[in-house]
Design a protein around this ligand. Structure first.
Ligand code: PLP
Length: 412
């Protein structure tokens, strides 16, 4: 039995795909102590720097003092704490939806929403570059799944027109987690409304980062409050805490409470995480300039990387991929950058399609412009050291290939 596991790990090593975690001491700030050395952190989703904000931390501590360290069980068994209810009211108002429902994580929220809405006789249309939790949600659902080409509305229309199913769901990231580009939400909103289909939008990397006051790409597209739109958002990225939520109509929420397995069969998120998220939402409404600062910092990094010869045209958000191609080369650049004091994690298959390994850079509002300028220069040097000329990178659009396996029943 152990020999089989060792063999699988050796195969991963051989392919340059073996993972290991690195040890970080201290919070996710612009700089972290990594394996004992201070480095610039350029791969954290703590986009607004709120994970280490004094008010967020104090609110987390206060919530633990008042409600205890744990929620005690599934809310259907041991009850909804008042802090769950309070956060859900705040999240619904923030997202402009009728109601919200908190989940243990974004991974669980995507599983829950797709499994609950994707019943037998439904067609789920999923963008080929959607996050793994959406892919797994499609697997858990009893619906048939069709994968459409990345951001290709015409391909999606083609699929929907030919679908024999009466009910259909379209599911997409709004900010794509590994590419930093945006889904064409206005068109998707129109197309789904015309077909009588539901549109599920994963705003994990949009919440707190894009749209008016950081309310997300759905709000930016004017789809907030639309009855057919269901939003998944996370608390663990820009909101600096942990957990997730679904913002939807009251009817969909009621269905989730009754049928979403990750809600029913899992302990509710702990009070400290909810208290931290509440404080983060408060900070965001008091200081919306944090969002503008994040976007401005992202532009600075892109400009500086372009100056170094990197192709970063595909990104329009705080997520900036440097697509390298081969997994080993991406790892070599990552290690060379670390040596020079910049931590930018390499992302390899199966997280991204074969042949599109990359450094996924994530900007934080708390990075200074000078830090980002210096980081771009460092990455340029690291690339050369690893034998990679920045101009030779694969443009994101060309690099994007099918990542989800083609689930049964679809041939385009
Ligand atoms: C697009 C997207 N959706 C969902 C998730 C999962 O969220 P969580 O980390 O809260 O489980 C992630 C996490 O990386 C993500 O990138």
């Amino acid at each position: 039995m152990s020999a089989e596991i060792e063999k699988r790990l050796a195969e991963l090593e051989e392919a340059g795909l073996r993972r290991r975690t690195r040890l970080v001491s201290g919070p996710q700030g612009a700089h972290v102590m990594l394996d004992g050395r201070s480095v610039l952190l350029l791969c954290s989703n703590n986009y607004l720097g709120l994970a280490d904000h004094s008010r967020v931390k104090e609110a987390a501590v206060a919530a633990a003092e008042r409600w205890g360290a744990g929620a005690g069980g599934s809310r259907l068994v041991s009850g909804t704490m008042t802090i769950h209810q309070r956060l859900e009211e705040r999240l619904a108002a923030f997202k402009g939806s009728e109601r919200a429902l908190v989940f243990g994580s974004g991974y669980l929220a995507n599983l829950g929403v797709l499994q609950a809405l994707g019943t037998e006789g439904t067609l789920i249309c999923s963008d080929e570059l959607n996050h793994a939790s959406i892919v797994d949600g499609c697997r858990l659902a009893r619906a048939r799944t069709a994968v459409y080409a990345h951001n290709d509305v015409e391909h999606l229309r083609w699929l929907l027109e030919r679908a024999p199913e009466r009910d259909a769901l379209v599911v997409t990231d709004s900010v794509f987690s590994m590419d930093g580009d945006l889904a064409p939400l206005e068109e998707l909103g129109e197309l789904t409304a015309a077909r009588g289909a539901r549109l599920i939008v994963d705003e994990a990397h949009a919440t707190g980062c894009v749209g008016p006051g950081g309310r997300g790409a759905v709000a930016e597209a004017g789809l907030d409050g639309a009855e057919h739109v269901v939003i998944v958002g996370t608390l663990g990225k820009a909101l600096g805490s942990y957990g997730a939520f679904v913002a939807s109509s009251a009817l969909v929420r009621e269905l989730l409470v009754n049928t979403a397995r990750p809600f029913i069969f899992s302990t509710a998120p702990p009070p400290a995480a909810l208290g931290g998220a509440l404080a983060a939402l408060e900070l965001l409404s008091e200081e919306p300039e944090r969002v503008a600062q994040l976007q401005s910092r992202a532009r600075t990094l892109c400009d500086e990387l372009a100056r170094e010869g990197f192709d970063v045209a595909g990104s329009s958000t705080q997520i900036v991929p440097l697509v390298v191609g081969e997994a080993r080369q991406a790892m070599a650049i990552c290690e060379a950058a670390l040596e020079l004091g910049v931590f930018a994690q390499a992302i390899r298959p199966p997280t991204v399609p074969e042949g599109t390994s990359r450094l996924r850079l994530a900007v934080m509002a708390s990075h200074t412009k000078e830090e980002l300028r210096e980081a771009a220069r460092t990455l340029g040097r690291a690339a050369l050291k690893a034998g990679f000329r920045p101009g030779e990178g694969i443009p994101v659009a060309a690099a994007s290939g099918p990542r989800q396996e083609r689930l049964e029943g679809w041939a385009a």
